[in-house]
Design a protein. Structure first.
Length: 277
């Protein structure tokens, strides 16, 4: 699964690198003022969706977790792509910032791309959560609670990795840190985590060298794949911790700068800077 996802990521990235005119449409300026390409994010989205599709051939009972991963990653990547291409053009004279800003804009009758992202990613996560919960069985109430919890896991991790994608390689490194322990388990969770690792590994070299960036497209899709791997885990406790952790961090980001926290914590700062220019 790792090699399949990495290969799909690399192939998507390469195809865009060779496509005439792609550089003009996908170029963005990063925090250093360097021009980087969003093809890294499109490649990552391709790798994430491929990992879900590949699960259908790798598991003994693959239908629901595989479909959950495909729906969640495709929705997250598609919503992210819309935001990347729009670049706030429809957000009005004062672009909305953060979840609170987008919801406040909606309350004023203005539909921002951020609001569209919440709706699309949330819908994909809900479908994925329902599929995973039905695959685990149980009564109607238990399945409904399981589906809601799994949807929160998927959506919150899709959002969290996007919030972390403010420095080269940061979001991909976070995916690696979260997914490595999942390899000790089994079933769909392990295979999806393996796919996320392959996707992250394939994006890291050019991301760290500041040639490409994940953007919302790649970070949301990779985050949704990580979230689906966590939501597919059989442990109720792990799923609850995953939902609580990501949701808390997403809400905290409204008031706290992740970059400031990372730079002020030696261990996190060392990991964040590892491999960067």
């Amino acid at each position: 699964m790792t090699l399949v996802a990495a290969g799909a990521t690399w192939a998507g990235n390469l195809a865009l690198a060779l496509a005439p005119g792609a550089a003009r449409h996908l170029g963005r300026v990063n925090f250093h003022g360097r021009t980087v390409s969003l093809r890294g994010g499109l490649g990552a989205a391709a790798g994430a969706v491929t990992a879900g599709a590949r699960l259908g051939r790798a598991c003994a009972a693959p239908a629901r977790p595989a479909l959950a991963a495909v729906v969640a990653t495709a929705a997250a990547g598609g919503a992210g792509l819309l935001d990347d291409l729009d670049q706030g053009a429809h957000d009005g004279p004062s672009p909305a910032k953060g979840l609170h800003g987008h919801l406040r804009a909606l309350a004023r009758g203005r539909v921002t791309t951020g609001v569209v992202k919440v709706a699309v990613i949330g819908s994909g996560a809900l479908v994925g959560g329902v599929l995973l919960a039905r695959g685990r069985g149980g009564g109607l109430v238990a399945t409904a609670v399981d589906a809601a919890g799994s949807a929160v896991v998927i959506a919150s991790w899709a959002n969290l990795l996007n919030l972390l994608d403010l420095r080269p390689g940061r979001a991909a490194k976070a995916a690696v840190v979260v997914c490595l322990p999942l390899l000790a388990g089994g079933g769909a969770s392990r295979l999806l985590a393996s796919g996320a690792l392959g996707t992250a590994a394939a994006t890291l070299p050019e991301d760290l060298m500041e040639r490409t960036m994940l953007g919302d497209t790649g970070a949301n899709a990779l985050g949704a794949l990580v979230g689906t791997a966590l939501a597919a885990h059989p442990s109720h406790l792990l799923r609850a911790v995953a939902a609580g952790t990501a949701t808390t961090l997403v809400l905290a980001s409204e008031r706290v700068s992740f970059t400031q926290v990372i730079e002020s914590t030696p261990l996190l700062d060392a990991l964040d800077r590892c491999g960067r220019l």
